[in-house]
Design a protein around this ligand. Structure first.
Ligand code: 5GP
Length: 207
């Protein structure tokens, strides 16, 4: 131990943590992540690229970088993504530039990706960043159906497709470190916060 400053023994001491939050679309993940970031200092959101059309309240560069299929394909070809996946016909990806931009701020990063994205990140990792994987799910699939209907942005056919995707995603639970069930939003946000705090307090393996 070379330093007198014991806080350098913690993994969260400026080392770059990323929280990969994944799970069925419509489980309230976006709302919970926004509330988490508003509440916990030093946390920033990784804005993904997508070829999906913006929903009414969504803003380019804040919720997503909305891009054309051709631009997304060019970025894939140029190796600009840490991970990318097709989710129900649309492309989604986390760019290397976005991760670099956020970690340069000295902040910890929250990534909101589907389960395929989480599996890729688990496999390939991100250099210099310690990843924690959080599965964020509704307490039941029937509640998920109700939430998707209440959101009103998908047709019944799309909702049925999202429920099938959710059932598939639940089967990948074993690659995750944490499970948060969103029965109550405030409790779910508390649990996410507890995960961030625990990871920030973790001892560095190579200290
Ligand atoms: P939505 O269309 O509802 O915004 O997102 C659909 C799914 O795509 C969600 O599960 C969301 O987490 C996921 N997603 C958003 N950004 C990314 C990304 O950069 N990579 C991957 N793999 N999935 C993403």
């Amino acid at each position: 131990m070379s330093s007198d400053d014991l806080s350098t023994l913690r993994r969260g001491a400026g080392r770059g943590l990323a929280f990969v939050v994944s799970g069925p679309s419509g489980a309230g993940k976006n709302t919970a992540i926004s509330a988490l970031i508003a509440r916990v200092p030093g946390l920033v959101y990784s804005v993904s690229h997508t070829t999906r059309s913006p929903r009414p309240a969504e803003r380019n560069g804040i919720d997503y970088y909305f891009v054309a299929d051709s631009q997304f394909a060019d970025m894939v070809a140029a190796g600009e993504f840490v991970e990318h996946a097709v989710y129900l016909g649309d492309q989604y990806g986390t760019s290397k530039a976005e991760i670099k931009r956020l970690t340069a701020l000295g902040a910890d990063v929250v990534l909101n990706v589907d389960v395929q994205g989480a599996c890729t990140l688990r496999r390939v990792g991100v250099p210099g960043v310690a990843l924690s994987f959080v599965f964020f799910a509704p307490p039941s699939l029937s509640q998920l159906g109700e939430r998707l209907r209440a959101r009103g942005s998908e047709s019944e056919a799309e909702i049925a497709e999202r429920l099938r995707a959710a059932a598939r995603e639940m089967r990948s639970l074993e690659i995750f470190d944490y499970l948060v069930l969103n029965g109550d939003l405030a409790t779910a946000v508390d649990e996410l916060r507890a995960i961030v705090m625990a990871e920030r307090l973790r001892v560095v393996a190579d200290a």
